[in-house]
Write a protein that binds this ligand. Structure first.
Ligand SMILES: Nc1ncnc2c1ncn2[C@@H]1O[C@H](COP(=O)(O)OP(=O)(O)OP(=O)(O)O)[C@@H](O)[C@H]1O
Ligand SMILES: [Mg+2]
Length: 121
């Protein structure tokens, strides 16, 4: 049997709103094996992006957790890529500079300037 690659267990996401907490996800459970291709389908507002943002490490679940290859996901990482639904670029920067922004954040300590330039181009 193949090993679980990504696992969501009892995930809850309650957003703070002026009217009190809004529970967007309640007890979401999902297991994905390596090599599986999975689509999340549902009506607008059902919570697809919220699930993906938790997997990406951009949101922290208010209950439960997300484990990738045996490691708890608590922050974004270079092994997970996200294509945002809305544009998330800095319009005053060039394409190169937009990419550089993220590459500098992630590889600041492990790559020198030349290595980062090669990675970006
Ligand atoms: N930061 C937030 N604060 C409060 N409510 C939020 C927040 N983000 C999302 N929500 C609410 O959580 C629910 C799920 O939103 P989400 O964006 O995950 O839906 P979706 O399935 O991706 O929808 P769509 O198909 O339109 O992209 C929606 O009701 C949305 O209004
Ligand atoms: Mg969405």
């Amino acid at each position: 049997m193949s090993k679980t690659h990504l696992e969501l267990t009892g995930v809850e996401m309650a957003f703070d709103t002026p009217k009190g907490p809004f529970v967007a996800l309640d007890n979401v459970n999902l297991k994905i094996q390596k090599g599986e291709f999975v689509s999340l389908i549902g009506h607008s507002g059902c919570g697809k992006s919220t699930v993906l943002n938790i997997v990406a490490g951009l949101l922290q679940a208010t209950k439960g957790g997300c484990v990738l290859d045996g490691h708890e996901v608590n922050s974004p990482g270079p092994e997970r890529a996200v294509v945002f639904q809305n544009h998330a670029l800095m319009p005053w920067l060039t394409v190169y500079e937009n990419v550089e922004l993220a590459v500098r954040q992630v590889f600041r300590k492990s790559m020198n300037r030349k290595e980062r330039r090669d990675w970006i181009t």
